[in-house]
Design a protein around this ligand. Structure first.
Ligand SMILES: NC(=O)c1ccc[n+]([C@@H]2O[C@H](COP(=O)([O-])OP(=O)(O)OC[C@H]3O[C@@H](n4cnc5c(N)ncnc54)[C@H](OP(=O)(O)O)[C@@H]3O)[C@@H](O)[C@H]2O)c1
Length: 268
């Protein structure tokens, strides 16, 4: 049997990735396709069908696609119950009994309104809607997936949460984002305590050059914070999704992280 130190692949796997249409989720799909075995299926979830189909076509033409890794596209809003149902249904259909690994990557998230300070958030419906997409949906999707693929001999189960420094450090004018990331990370820490057979990774990918970062630079209310992100961009200090994702793949292959721990890209 292969030891974790020697592992070069994640086995024949079902990989469910939310927010796969762009940014870090897209990079995760491409990277995972290269380290799973033929017969694996990637279930790619987001609302933008065109972007998901383009990624599906790219993967089909890739080495992994030619070797027998296939893609299932699920056009879904993970903030809606119907979206979660569609993801689980497609995942069950894509699963085959000879699969050795089930990997769920909870990547989809939103920044929330960063143009205002905490004292302006008087509208409960607005706050509930943010927390519903960024905490409740990740919890309920993870629970549904773990129920759909229960513990059994020969099946590894890995759940990844894409977290942030904002889960552990407050940033002015980012109350929704920081609160969401903190709550979501704690949820996965509890899961790790409860389910010792499930490998739970809270991966903090660092400041990434994505659409979310453009929103940060355009809308952040706090002037110092806004300036610091503008400066990181100008000085080329943002990470590419590819470089951060490569480090996450290494973590998954080595499989030696403490389940539930917050692992930051800059520690690696
Ligand atoms: N960018 C950074 O600097 C940074 C830093 C630390 C952590 N992170 C975290 O990294 C992850 C990826 O961020 P990113 O920068 O790649 O963000 P991004 O470019 O904004 O991409 C977000 C992804 O989530 C999907 N998504 C958003 N709302 C959704 C919904 N309701 N239903 C389904 N899919 C939804 C989007 O797809 P559709 O719009 O097509 O639905 C998109 O694929 C997030 O969890 C983020 O918090 C980012």
């Amino acid at each position: 049997m292969m030891s974790s130190a020697e592992r070069t692949h994640l086995g024949r796997a079902l990989c469910i990735i939310t927010g796969a249409s762009r940014g870090f989720g897209r990079a995760t799909a491409l990277d995972l396709s290269r380290i799973v075995q033929p017969g694996s299926v990637l279930v790619l979830v987001a609302r933008s069908e065109g972007d998901l189909r383009a990624l599906q076509a790219e993967l089909f033409e890739s080495e992994a696609g030619k070797a027998g890794v296939t893609v299932r596209v699920v056009v879904a809003d993970v903030g809606e119950v119907r979206g979660l149902e569609d993801v689980v249904k497609a995942s069950k259909e894509a699963f085959s009994p000879d699969m050795e690994h089930m990997i769920l990557v909870n990547n989809a998230a939103s920044l929330g309104d960063v143009s205002r300070l905490t004292k302006s958030f008087t509208d409960m419906a607005e706050v509930d809607s943010y927390l519903s997409l960024n905490i409740s949906s990740a919890l309920c999707l993870t629970a549904r997936v773990l129920q759909a693929f229960p513990q059994r001999a020969g099946l590894r189960r890995t759940v990844v949460n894409i977290t942030s420094l904002c889960a552990i450090q407050p940033f002015r004018s980012w109350v929704l984002y920081c609160t969401g990331k903190a709550g979501r990370e704690m949820m996965f820490r509890v899961l790790a305590e409860e389910e010792p057979d499930v490998r739970v990774l809270n991966y903090s990918p660092g400041p990434l050059d994505t659409a979310m970062q453009r929103e940060v630079r355009a809308k952040t209310a706090d002037p110092e914070l806004k300036e610091s992100f503008a400066s990181m961009f100008t000085h080329g200090q943002l990470l590419t999704c590819e470089e951060s994702c490569a480090k996450m793949m290494k973590l998954l292959l080595e499989d030696s992280y403490t389940s539930g721990a917050h692992v930051d890209v800059f520690e690696l």
